[in-house]
Design a protein. Structure first.
Length: 242
């Protein structure tokens, strides 16, 4: 009876071992199958990606070809246009050739017309300075009476035409220059000698002064501006009361 129990236990153990071995084998087979399916799926995705990349490259190559074809067509069209357009120089030449040459009579008529235009212009008016008429003299009567060897007048009363703005001193200098008479002055404001007859030659109070229209002005000869019709007289005095 004891032996039968051992045999039963041994059979059960062997059965358990066999079951375990079968289960392990089945699980390994399942795993291998899964790995194989995964490898197959990966290969399929790689092949699909390669095909897509190849197709994209083909499309890019086709687009580049299309662009080059379009550019070549544009270039050919531009060449045709340049060939068909006429040159500007040729048109200018044809216009120049179409114009008839001018006759010499036409040129001469043009020159004569231009001369007529220039002659028709009115002359430019030049503004001349107006002159005024004054009377001028140099009197040495007092010096002759004093005993000096001088005539009564170095310049007798005479009419002079001078420019507007002329002063009494300017008139004296110009008339003495014309008659060769020397004038010695100080800064155009004080006359020291006329014709060699100087101050203090006929006394300490002697010297030269002037009158305009019979009146002795209270200013220097270089500041008195003459007016038309003025009578200017330079005269020599031997005393302050003369």
């Amino acid at each position: 009876m004891y032996m039968n129990n051992k045999i039963v236990i041994a059979i059960i153990c062997t059965l358990i071992v066999v079951c375990l071995a079968v289960g392990i084998g089945i699980s390994n087979k399942g795993r291998n199958a899964e790995n194989e399916t995964n490898l197959i799926s990966n290969k399929e995705t790689v092949s699909i990606a390669d095909e897509s990349s190849v197709s994209s490259e083909k499309t890019e190559i086709n687009s580049v070809k299309d662009e080059t074809e379009e550019k070549s067509s544009e270039i050919s069209s531009e060449k045709k246009e340049t060939k068909t357009k006429p040159s500007a120089t040729s048109s200018v030449k044809t216009e120049n050739e179409a114009k008839p040459p001018k006759k010499p009579s036409e040129k001469s008529s043009e020159k004569s017309s231009s001369k007529k235009v220039t002659e028709a212009k009115p002359p430019v008016k030049t503004t001349k300075e107006q002159n005024i008429s004054v009377s001028f003299s140099i009197n040495c009567e007092k010096a002759a009476q004093y005993g000096a060897d001088y005539p009564k007048y170095l310049i007798s009363k005479t009419k002079c035409d001078v420019k507007e703005g002329t002063t009494v001193f300017d008139l004296l200098s110009e008339e003495c220059r014309k008659n060769g008479i020397a004038v010695v002055h100080q800064n155009k404001s004080y006359v020291k000698a006329i014709g060699g007859l100087a101050e203090k030659d006929c006394g300490n109070g002697s010297g030269w002064t002037y009158k305009v229209n019979g009146v002795k002005p209270m200013m220097s000869a270089s500041k008195y501006v003459l007016k038309n019709g003025d009578v200017v007289e330079w005269y020599y005095v031997t005393s302050p009361t003369d």
